[in-house]
Design a protein around this ligand. Structure first.
Ligand code: SF4
Ligand code: SF4
Length: 85
């Protein structure tokens, strides 16, 4: 078991708080820290796609918990997950 980033799209209302607040996303894409989606093909951890949160590159996550704190509906969490084999 390890701690991993998990999203619950069925709870997400697509506000984008988590995407903007994530420091790793901001470092990888200045557009994201400004509140916009990435305008190039920079790979970020997660983004709102079609109105709901979607994990793109969870392997970049530093597990700081910032996104978890900014989500009003507990749709993104750090949880115990099975380790990838
Ligand atoms: S836990 Fe930290 S590094 Fe990982 S997605 Fe959330 S804000 Fe980004
Ligand atoms: S996971 Fe939470 S903070 Fe992120 S877009 Fe969805 S509702 Fe907003």
């Amino acid at each position: 078991m390890t701690i991993g980033l998990v999203v619950y799209p069925e709870l997400c209302h697509g506000c984008g708080n988590c995407v903007v607040a994530c420091p790793v996303n901001s470092l990888r894409s200045p557009e994201v820290s400004g509140g916009k989606g990435p305008t190039d093909d920079v790979e970020i951890i997660m983004m709102v796609d079609d109105g709901v949160i979607e994990l793109k590159n969870p392997n970049f996550c530093g597990k700081c918990g910032t996104c978890v704190e900014t989500c009003p509906v507990f749709a993104i969490r750090l949880e115990k997950v099975e380790e990838a084999k």
